[in-house]
Design a protein around this ligand. Structure first.
Ligand code: SAM
Length: 227
């Protein structure tokens, strides 16, 4: 990362990374912050070196040889076809450009779910969430197949522990998605079972309990260079 670089932030969210990139690349660089919902990016759009783009990563065109860096965090893992997004991104990268994708895989929870040790609310609420995240661990191999060089997959597995900042994040996330995952008809339409309210409440209690710890997610930081 250097001043003057041209960067694209995929799924910018509230813009914390795009803001950091904007400061780092300076006036001679640029940041394109993409999200399908740009309502939290108003202040960023006022910066002269930032362009906010409202669009769907699955269908949009990224341009041709215009970026020195592409970054995502907790975005591609949620898409229906993230491989296609990565493929579409390749022509938009300049020769020598760097990609860094920070995405999560649910392998630790999947593995733990085969044993008997997990608290039942965790098994009912968190394991099905983690089971959906199967893509991040395949990304490095995919980048090699696309001709990227210097491919590194830095994997970190932490236990999800109660009464920590991560637990607070998950309490907020569970509150946000509660109307969806407890809705029987809606969950049935995507081939899954709804979670019952008592398991949900018990899981939220566990997240406030400092004695709670369980294997949950592996964060993959996959970096590579376009030749
Ligand atoms: C979990 S948030 C992560 C936000 C940010 N990258 C971060 O780490 O703080 C996922 C973001 O991806 C965006 N997103 C999800 N699917 C998208 C799509 N198909 N096209 C564009 N943005 C998408 C969401 O609107 C949301 O802002």
């Amino acid at each position: 990362m250097a001043r003057g670089w041209h960067c694209i932030e995929l799924g910018a969210g509230a813009g914390s990374i795009a803001r950091w990139l904007s400061d780092a690349v300076g006036d001679s660089g640029s940041v394109t912050a993409v999200d399908r919902d740009t309502s939290l990016l108003g202040d960023l759009a006022a910066r002269p070196n930032v362009t906010v783009v409202e669009g769907d990563l699955m269908t949009m065109s990224f341009g041709s040889a215009c970026f020195d860096l592409a970054h995502s965090r907790s975005v591609l893992m949620h898409l229906e076809d993230p491989d296609t997004v990565v493929e579409h991104l390749v022509p938009a990268l300049r020769p020598g450009a760097v990609v860094l994708f920070e995405e999560t895989d649910g392998e630790p929870a999947r593995r733990a779910a085969t044993g008997a040790e997990l608290p039942e609310p965790f098994r009912a609420v968190m394991v099905p969430l983690a089971m959906q995240w199967t893509w991040a661990s395949t990304l490095a191999t995919r980048l090699v197949a696309l001709g990227f060089t210097d491919v590194h997959d830095d994997v970190r597995e932490d236990l999800l522990r109660g009464a920590t900042p991560a637990a607070t994040f998950w309490r907020q996330t569970l509150a946000t998605i509660r109307p969806i995952v407890t809705d029987g008809a809606r969950m049935q339409s995507v081939g899954r079972h709804a979670v019952d309210d008592s398991s949900y409440d018990a899981m939220i209690e566990l997240l406030m309990n400092p004695a709670f710890a369980a294997p949950f997610a592996a964060r993959h930081r996959v970096s590579a260079r376009r030749p």
